[in-house]
Unconditional design. Structure first.
Length: 326
């Protein structure tokens, strides 16, 4: 059963050192101030006001807010989801993910280094794969990974004997075939439905998450699974950020993370989109993010407490497994 698969105990600073995070944070601030928040003209070009939450609730006065320079963050009082407002428009997103944008600053520091690739492959992806495989009685199932990046998750699945795999990411040409896995640059080129679709850290990067889910659903078989991971608005870390004006780069990722979703939103989402929750958990690095790496002798105690946060749905990322019912 998926609930019996043991969680990872990961030291945050084996993934992202404080020095690296401070360097990237400075680069983020410089990029945003020079490109998007430079003047009224640039703000108008790259930003727009949102009038309703992703849950459908009109914002009006039904929100609370806090400020983390240079963005204002608004929390919907109906579902609890947090988003930036004004929101980045499509031109703003193109700028963020351009060759010289924030994404490449982040990727080069945290994802391209060999030791971190190995850790993700052997530890983080292993548990994801164990969970996905546990959804099916037999190993024979089809899977599409949207926003697949370098395809590492799919290659790991292939090594486990899963053969019907497809990846979608804008980094690819119209169609590429690598190790017998098909990679497309957009959904429109995909011509089949799948037993499982995964979105690992995708929804929070989009200015219209509902639009993507409506498209994704068309490629999912009835009874199929939609598996997603995204940052939690309900977490201890988010509450600490709001209370203390704490800039947690690895979690906030200014300009990249546009939404922080709540458990209430997931429930509303399922009702509207015709899914049911098969399994829901939280995973996180809340305490290390807040406390830093100064007292390494306390890492075991910190990770023990983090497990308690996980079990009480208070960690900084949701991982949700939804079954399509219509």
């Amino acid at each position: 059963m998926i609930s019996q698969i043991k969680k990872n105990r990961i030291d945050l600073f084996s993934l992202k050192t404080e020095k690296e995070m401070k360097y990237v944070e400075k680069k983020f601030e410089i990029f945003l101030n020079r490109k998007i928040f430079k003047n009224r003209k640039s703000k108008k070009k790259y930003l727009y006001q949102i009038k309703s939450c992703v849950c459908g609730n009109k914002l009006g006065h039904k929100f609370s807010s806090f400020f983390l320079k240079p963005f204002l963050y608004r929390k919907c009082k109906f579902c609890g989801t947090i988003s930036i407002n004004p929101m980045l428009n499509n031109e703003g997103l193109k700028l963020i993910y351009s060759d010289r944008g924030i994404y490449n600053i982040y990727r080069k520091n945290f994802f391209e280094k060999k030791n971190k690739k190995t850790l993700r492959s052997k530890t983080i992806n292993k548990r994801k794969i164990d969970q996905v495989v546990s959804l099916f009685k037999k190993k024979k199932f089809s899977l599409l990974d949207f926003g697949c990046g370098d395809g590492n998750f799919l290659f790991n699945l292939k090594d486990r004997g899963i053969s019907d795999l497809v990846g979608v990411d804008s980094k690819y040409d119209n169609l590429e075939k690598i190790n017998n896995i098909y990679f497309y640059n957009n959904l429109e080129n995909v011509k089949k439905k799948f037993d499982c679709i995964t979105l690992w850290g995708v929804l929070e990067h989009l200015n219209d998450p509902n639009n993507l889910i409506d498209k994704i659903k068309l490629f999912l078989k009835k009874g199929g699974y939609l598996v997603m991971e995204f940052p939690s608005a309900d977490s201890l870390l988010m509450n600490y950020i709001k209370t203390n004006n704490f800039n947690a780069l690895r979690f906030i990722e200014k300009g990249r993370h546009l939404f922080f979703f709540s458990k209430r939103f997931i429930e509303i989402f399922c009702k509207k989109k015709k899914f049911k929750i098969s399994y829901l958990e939280t995973n996180g690095l809340d305490l290390q993010t807040i406390l830093g790496s100064k007292d390494k002798s306390q890492i075991k105690n910190i990770l023990d407490i983090q497990e308690i946060l996980d079990s009480n749905m208070m960690s900084d990322h949701f991982r949700v497994f939804l079954k399509k019912i219509n």
